[in-house]
Design a protein around this ligand. Sequence first.
Ligand SMILES: Cc1ncc(C[n+]2csc(CCO)c2C)c(N)n1
Length: 223
Amino acid sequence: MKFTDELRQKADPIYEAIFGHPFVRGIAGGSLSGEQLAHYVRQDFQYLTVFCQVYGLAISKSTRREDIEFFNEQIRFILDSENHPHRNFAAVSGHSMKELEQAATLTPTARNYTRHMLYAAHSGTLGELLCALYPCPLTYWEIGLRLKEEVRPDDSHPFREWIEFYADPVVGDICREFASRIDRLAADAGAAERARMEDHYLTSCRMEYMFWSMAYDLEGWPV
Ligand SMILES: Cc1ncc(C[n+]2csc(CCO)c2C)c(N)n1
């Protein structure tokens, strides 16, 4: 079995918990409050800034031109395209993007997730770094596919744009680009590195679940 298939299998209970998470159910049912949506976008905007920074670190660890090209394209994808799903949530929330893009203190969960990615990037190999990032496109691609199939959103669905953005084959292609790189790097890695790759991957899956909870519960710092 491919290394990435093993990872997906080990994380299956976490993926199922994500598909059943009340925020994800709220996207399906169009039943999220303006504050929950705004909290998500505010934090996700900051999260995506760090994602771009981590791609920069991935470039610094790359020796193959095709890897540098892929990471460079992904920075452009985040900057040019991932604002579409944010605009969908912002419009339904009744807040402007200008307002939600303002510098915001990272919540405990967003801080934990972004520091986890930065730690993997600074301390690890390219394979370890990619395993910390991979659950990000993969969980969203699978959420998009499931919701599209389940809801079959039409023009009247408030989150049609969000669902169709993540169910788009472009996101599936990004996942396949990740998987082929991770499988190649895992084949050349020793047992200790492969264990770190798995640990980073599972941690990011858990952090994806917690990111939804952070938004749903309007998490902040207690003091
Ligand atoms: C918390 C959180 N997790 C995943 C995504 C989705 N996402 C982020 S970057 C990217 C493309 C990777 O090159 C995708 C699909 C998000 N927006 N926020």
